[in-house]
Design a protein around this ligand. Structure first.
Ligand code: AMP
Length: 311
């Protein structure tokens, strides 16, 4: 099994109440690949500039991720994002977004990337997401992420892409913005009516909810005492989730698989936020992931014994 991802490969400048980093490796595809590489072979598709060197490529290749479709654009500069978080780590302010090499990027996938079983259209222009989707020959499960910027400037293309995927993974605010519905459940159902079989609403430190035609499931975020940098949490979540789903494609459709996938996504995201950028997930181990999934299972299960209630 293999997974292809297209999305930003970036340099991020991030400030949180706990410190700051200038031009560290980031990007949606980067965070996704680091997490998904625990489960399957990952192929990363996207451009980088001349400022993207061997050390960054080495991190992107962690656990055998294929970077053959990472295009080095001569004279170009890598995507750049600058953001800041206050004490409420669920919201952030974007100070700068420079698409740079993504502006004129025309994806040309190699055969290994085209022949993927799972495809993640990570956050990037919806037009590019569609171009990658068009080139994949037989993806069995496709998921998509996006953000407020693309809902604002490329809504029609985004909806066209959503119609063609199995799963939509968005922040709760984006689910509401996209549909104009205040209720998360009603908003998710509207997105389901466009074609996908599941919608996942990420709710930052409050966890994530899964909505399908006849199921609702929610998990809290993994309880942590220290969160240092939430950047990339959503993409690490997607990496754990999609990595797990793609390992169990033959069992789909399955509520159990989706619920367990939510737990793996939650565990991966929890490691991501403990340190800046890719630092923590790059040196993560399988045992650490399993330990957190087991803990999540323990804290979210209870035995229901009905009692007689007072009239
Ligand atoms: P997340 O925190 O999971 O939403 O993703 C954070 C990553 O998204 C950062 O590493 C940024 O480089 C990347 N990012 C920020 N803005 C954009 C954008 N407009 N398009 C694509 N990627 C972006």
């Amino acid at each position: 099994m293999s997974i292809t991802v297209v999305g930003s490969i970036a340099f991020d400048s991030v400030k949180t109440p706990f410190g700051e980093r200038e031009r560290m490796l980031g990007g949606a595809a980067t965070h996704f690949a680091l997490a998904a590489s625990f489960f399957d072979e990952v192929h990363v598709v996207g451009p980088v500039g001349e400022d993207f060197g061997e050390p960054e490529l080495a991190v992107l290749s962690t656990r055998g991720t294929d970077v053959g479709d990472v295009e080095h654009v001569e004279g170009g500069r890598t995507f750049f994002w600058k953001g800041e978080y206050g004490w409420d780590l669920n919201t952030r302010e974007t100070h700068d977004t420079q698409l740079n090499v993504f502006e004129h990027f025309k994806p040309e996938l190699s055969n290994p990337s085209r022949e993927c079983d799972g495809l993640f259209l990570a956050n990037i222009q919806p037009g590019l997401q569609l171009k990658v989707l068009d080139q994949c020959t037989h993806p069995r499960w496709v998921a998509l992420d996006s953000m407020n910027l693309w809902i604002d400037v490329a809504r029609d293309e985004l909806i066209e892409a959503i119609r063609r995927v199995d799963c939509v993974v968005l922040n709760d605010a984006e689910v509401r913005q996209l549909t104009g519905k205040a209720s998360l459940l009603a908003a998710a159902r509207e997105i389901l009516s466009w074609g996908p079989s599941s919608v996942i609403a990420k709710q930052g430190e409050y966890g994530a909810s899964l909505v399908t035609a006849d199921e609702f499931f929610a998990l809290p975020a993994f309880p942590l005492e220290s969160v240092v940098d939430p950047t990339g949490a959503g993409d690490s979540f997607a990496g754990g989730l999609i990595g797990y789903v793609v390992r169990h494609l033959d069992d789909l459709p399955s509520t159990d698989v989706m619920r367990r996938a939510m737990a793996y996504g939650t565990a991966l995201a929890s490691f991501n936020v403990e340190e800046f950028g890719t630092e923590r997930v790059a040196r993560l181990t399988q045992d650490e992931i399993h330990e957190r999934v087991e803990y999540l299972h323990a804290i979210t299960s209870f035995e229901h014994i009905a009692v007689e209630l007072a009239a």
